[in-house]
Design a protein around this ligand. Structure first.
Ligand code: NAD
Length: 376
């Protein structure tokens, strides 16, 4: 399999996720980063690009110039990876899709539901391109194993789905109206962060995980969203009741103001025959409780967790985590691009899954402001 020529938009100095994308793209030697625009500041962009080995002439002024110049080159980029803040995902992705360049985008799918609908339409109209969304928690081996167990009806019918993703963005700093901009940066600005910061930034991952593992779509919801304070007005906490298409009930909590909350992503699924629990801080294990037997801890790649083996690289017993899961997405997207029309099943998150999440977030914002149940 040949290496794909990859361009990057965003992820400049200081962006933690930029570093993760670059590692993930190289993890399996399936891509070569050849061009980019890493910052809106040209000087920063160029010096950063050169520092990671990109030819100075292929560090562009902006994403439009990147697209324009690269498509004219014989050795131009084949894939673009987008890791800018949410409000710009749609315009950037659309430009590359229209120029037949494959897209790997970080979440959320788009900043708002109208943007998401427009982007989704553009993606499905172009059959030549592959689009993948880096909802990276879906790529952990034991998350995929959980999905398989549910598909194989090991839990019977899914009845309850509880998810929580709780963080503390203040980092121990006392946030006031004066220092809020310094602490939260673009996350305070709806034009950049999108319709709801807590939901776009971490709620999107949590809701996606519910859809992804159970295969179920939510139909109606009641949300209660809290702003940081009267003076610092951005969404920081969301609690949501969800009714799923099969009648299952969901409880959802995402927070960026839960003191002591350290990347606390946890999902529990209860079915008519038993339940599963997965916790991101202990990702190599899945707790499985049948309705009659004792609780079992299933380990990645070990004994009956065979399905998870195909998404692991290191032997069971040795810890594996975030970076290798993220890399699974890059690996699968490269395979899909190279295999073209193969019928092989892939597990990376799609544009449709992104659209579902955008509908959920839009529904939450409407429900919380009207204080009513809404369909979404
Ligand atoms: N998948 C995950 O686990 C995960 C984790 C963190 C962030 N993210 C997502 O990554 C995205 C970026 O978040 P972040 O925390 O890295 O933000 P950030 O502000 O730390 O970094 C954004 C970077 O993009 C650059 N940038 C912004 N607009 C640009 C443009 N138009 N052209 C070129 N460069 C541009 C900035 O200079 C900066 O280097 C968001 O969508 C966020 O939700 C995903």
């Amino acid at each position: 399999m040949k290496k794909l020529r990859l361009g990057i938009v965003g992820g400049g100095p200081g962006s933690w996720i930029g570093h993760v994308h670059r590692i993930a793209s190289r993890f399996d030697d399936k891509y070569e980063i050849v061009a980019g625009v890493f910052s809106r500041n040209f000087k920063v962009n160029q010096s950063f690009g050169v520092s990671i080995g990109i030819n100075k002439n292929r560090c562009y002024k902006d994403f439009k110039q990147l697209c324009d110049k690269e498509k004219k080159r014989k050795d131009g980029i084949e894939v673009i990876a987008i890791m800018t803040p949410p409000g710009s995902h749609q315009v950037i992705a659309e430009l590359f899709i229209k120029n037949n360049i494959h897209v790997i985008s970080d979440k959320p799918f788009a900043g708002t539901l109208p943007q998401a609908k427009k982007l989704y339409k553009t993606i499905i109209q172009n059959k030549k391109i592959v689009y993948g969304l880096t909802h990276n928690y879906s790529a952990y081996p034991m998350v995929r194993h959980a999905k398989k167990l549910i598909e194989d009806k090991k839990l019977g019918n899914v009845e309850y789905i509880n998810v929580e993703y709780v963080q503390d963005w203040s980092n121990g700093v006392k946030v006031t109206a004066k220092n809020a901009k310094k602490v939260f940066r673009w996350k305070l600005d709806k034009k950049i962060a999108g319709v709801s910061t807590v939901l776009n930034e971490i709620g999107s991952h949590a809701y996606h995980l519910c859809n992804y593992i159970t295969g179920l779509e939510g139909k109606s919801l009641f949300a209660d969203i809290k702003k940081y304070s009267k003076k610092i007005k951005f969404d920081t906490n969301a609690q949501v009741f969800i009714n799923y298409e099969n009648g299952a009930k969901g409880l959802f909590w995402a927070s960026t103001t839960a003191k002591g909350g350290i990347y606390g992503l946890r999902i529990r699924v209860f079915g008519s025959k038993g339940s599963l629990e997965w916790v991101q801080n202990d990702p190599n294990y899945l707790k499985y409780s049948s309705e009659t037997g004792a609780t079992k801890i299933l380990e990645r790649g070990f004994n009956e967790s065979n399905f998870s083996k195909s998404f692991s690289r290191i032997k069971y017993g040795h810890p594996e985590g975030y970076l290798s899961a993220f890399s699974n997405l890059y690996k699968e997207i490269a395979l899909k691009i190279n295999l073209k029309k193969s019928k092989k099943r892939f597990y990376f998150p799609t544009a449709y899954e992104g659209l579902l999440t955008a509908k959920f977030i839009d529904g939450c914002v409407k429900s919380s402001s009207k204080k009513k149940w809404v369909q979404f």
